[in-house]
Design a protein. Structure first.
Length: 77
């Protein structure tokens, strides 16, 4: 399965979702991050076994945004 098939071909919407999650993650308090993460978890990965820290999650979102903006699309098998 390629990137466009996986996301329905709407890359602009994906960018908006990543940016919104990044803004929200940066603004949530460290002590409230776990609760916020659980509410948002279904947006990015239901199968996560161990929740990331706030720093890790921001790092993941920045990486996803960089890949998206550079045109390097992930391949989903």
């Amino acid at each position: 399965m390629d990137f466009n098939s996986y996301y329905g071909g709407n890359e602009a919407e994906l960018k908006i979702i990543i940016e919104q999650l990044l803004l929200e993650a940066r603004n949530v308090d460290e002590e409230n991050f776990g609760k916020w993460y659980e509410k948002k978890r279904r947006v990015f990965n239901i199968g996560v076994k161990k929740a990331p820290t706030k720093e890790e999650f921001i790092k993941y979102l920045n990486c996803a945004l960089s890949l998206h903006l550079s045109g390097n699309k992930p391949y989903f098998s």
